[in-house]
Design a binder for this molecule. Structure first.
Ligand SMILES: [Fe+2]
Ligand SMILES: [Fe+2]
Length: 164
């Protein structure tokens, strides 16, 4: 498995100077926290969070390839379940999140994006309708967060606490 410092160097090389690095660090932190709660491999989950948007620039004109390309690049760096989660993190690829790792990556990604517009403490407690109203440009993020929390048995407050 890829070392964390090499993963960070890859991130810098592909996304350096962009807000996506900060977003990737946030998703990595959330993934690590969930993995520890669940008794999963926190190192793997953190790396998956860190690298999930690695191909952001290269797939800007074709989001059906977003994540899929990164998973190909990481063929020798992550185990299959990690690459599959990255390949399936964006709904526009048409891929489904079929593992807990993949579902949690979607959840952490959606939460991190939503938290750029709405304070995490509000995301933790807002009603479904308030959450949609608070995210007018992307109400589907509210639906994703709510549905995935139910599916995976998580309290939104746990994500908010890990987000900080
Ligand atoms: Fe993405
Ligand atoms: Fe992302």
């Amino acid at each position: 498995m890829i070392a964390e410092d090499r993963a960070r160097a890859l991130l810098e090389a592909h996304l350096g100077g962009g807000s996506r690095v900060l977003h990737s660090e946030t998703v990595a932190r959330l993934m690590g926290a969930l993995a520890r709660d669940l008794g999963e491999d926190a190192r793997l989950w953190t790396l998956v969070g860190l690298l999930h948007d690695l191909d952001d620039r290269e797939t800007a004109s074709d989001r059906t390839r977003h994540g899929v390309l990164a998973a190909e690049w990481l063929r020798d760096d992550l185990p299959p379940e990690g690459r599959e989660a990255i390949a399936a993190h964006d709904h526009r690829t048409g891929r489904r999140a079929t593992t807990r790792l993949a579902a949690c990556l979607r959840l952490c990604d959606a939460f991190a994006i939503a938290a750029e517009e709405v304070p995490a403490q509000v995301l933790a407690v807002a009603s479904a309708s308030d959450l949609r109203a608070a995210l007018p440009a992307r109400p589907y993020l509210a639906d994703m967060i709510l549905a995935l929390c139910v599916e995976q048995g998580f309290d939104r407050a746990r994500l908010a606490a890990a987000h900080g």
